[in-house]
Design a protein. Sequence first.
Length: 235
Amino acid sequence: MNKSISICSVSKDTYKFDRMLDSLDVSKYMSHSVEESRVSVNVYSIKGDKDQYDIFSGYNKAIEMSKDDYIVFVHDDVEFLCNSNAWSDLFRLLDQDDTGFVGVAGTRLLDTSGIWWNTLQTHGSGAVMHCNKEGNEWMTAYGVYGQTIVLDGVFLAARRSMLEYIGGFDSSHYKGFHFYDIDTTLQAHTKGYKNYTIPLLLKHHSIGDTANNVGWAKNRKIFLKLWEKQLPIRM
């Protein structure tokens, strides 16, 4: 069976995007079986000023542009360090009709704060390698891989048909670059789809910083208004 996948990133930084792209070689990570070795990859960099494409409208634009069965949404500041089975595992999950999103980090419990990492100690899933500006690297292991409620947006993969069914990313309520991941993966979960983490290893050249981030706080307020009656949600 031929595999066709779009890799999409909202990026204004050519260096970051090219570094991510250079690290991406799906074919070398696929297993050697004939069925799973035929893969075509299309790449979309959604560029423009932040007033034109925030991450919600940017990713929706990518869905509109892409003609592939599978779509990956990934930050531009990552490098792929995948193990030999990661892309094969990804395709196997995406081929299942009840799969929502597949990612690399998430949680099996979203509490009333709406902050996914608040429950990592007891309900976390997945792992990501981080790298700071000084070049220091460390592995953050969140917990056992498997089914989750929501996923972090550093890497999200999904079937086109599922994305179209849930309506894509909610650009009608949100603007900016925060909570697109939690809102959209929760939409999939509440519509009966299953989200998963898999050991597709990434190096993320960011440590994430929400302190005093006005955009993050604003979108969290919107998220809680939309979802507060359904929180907490657990496996």
